[in-house]
Design a protein around this ligand. Structure first.
Ligand code: ADP
Length: 284
């Protein structure tokens, strides 16, 4: 199964003075099994792009095809089943009296039996680390910010999507809430076989989690490659206002200052190992 974008273009306010090309000729494929990070400066087109993946927005021209079905189709049920989209600040869209009702909203609309719905709500609560019994009768409005967000994510997961698209899922959370959500997303990818597409401002998170990085700039795909390849292009990223992970920066600075070191590093552990090796080689 895959998502294909063919000559995808999106223009807001077409043919009026506020016209804005938000996506310009995007051509790419996302296959199941990938963990894709999407990075780019504010306004580069990331949110507009991900809202095309489940047909929430339709291309002005070109096409997005999910498992063989164009998102321009009138009946989008199959596409919404396959691609779950978690918006920025998804908790603002909680509206039911209880968490249970909110999480079951999607599966109920699919016409599943009560038992199937209940099984999915339990699974989704578990996947985001919420206690089903404890949450069931609670109003989402009684919960903390991080818990509300996890209820909102559970609502999307309850549709059992093959592709999970998350637009800045950790925005505004404290470090503990952040780490919790990221580890749950990692778990979903590794244990539940869900393909993940993650929009993030954190180069560290993208370097740590993703096996492919799409860099957007000014409505276009600027780079699309493996994390170590993308983050080796420090100067090009700098030109479009992006940095590289701090651990990569450290080893690059050491190399610039004369240390013979392998700079292919994406996290603190790898940086530590390479610095150790370089120092040992120097002392020999
Ligand atoms: P990002 O997610 O990278 O910050 P967006 O996709 O939100 O980028 O925005 C891309 C461009 O489209 C920006 O110039 C933004 O101002 C514009 N834009 C986004 N949403 C709308 C909208 N609903 N109406 C008009 N312009 C929009």
């Amino acid at each position: 199964m895959k998502i294909e974008c063919k000559n995808l273009q999106h223009i807001y306010n077409k043919s009026n003075p506020f016209e804005k090309i938000a996506l310009d000729n995007i051509n790419l494929e996302i296959n199941t099994g990938e963990f894709v990070g999407i990075i780019g400066h504010t306004g580069s087109g990331k949110s507009t792009f991900v809202q095309h993946l489940n047909g929430l927005l339709e291309p002005t021209s070109g096409e997005v095809i999910v498992d063989g079905i164009s998102t321009k189709t009138k009946v989008k049920t199959q596409i919404r089943k396959n691609v779950g989209l978690v918006f920025q600040y998804p908790e603002y869209q909680l509206f039911e009296e209880t968490c249970y009702k909110d999480i079951q909203f999607g599966p109920k609309n699919l016409g599943l039996s009560e038992e199937e719905i209940d099984e999915r709500v339990r699974w989704a609560c578990d996947a985001v680390g919420l206690n089903y019994e404890h949450m069931k009768e609670k109003s989402p409005f009684e919960l903390s910010g991080g818990q509300k967000r996890r209820v909102a994510i559970a609502g999307v997961l309850a549709m059992k999507p093959k592709f999970l698209v998350l637009d800045e899922p950790t925005a505004g959370l404290d470090p503990i809430g952040r780490d919790l959500i990221l580890s749950q997303i990692k778990n979903l990818y590794e244990k539940e076989d869900i393909t993940v597409i993650l929009v993030s401002h954190s180069m560290e998170d993208v370097a740590k989690l993703c096996n492919r990085v799409i860099v957007m700039d000014n409505a276009k795909v600027f780079m699309d490659d493996k994390p170590n390849v993308v983050f080796s292009k420090e100067d090009e990223l700098k030109e479009i206002g992006l940095s590289i992970p701090q651990s990569t920066q450290v080893v690059r600075r050491l190399k610039e200052n004369g240390l013979e070191i392998n700079t292919d590093v994406l996290n603190v552990n790898e940086a530590f190992e390479n610095i150790k090796k370089a120092m040992e080689a120097r002392n020999d």
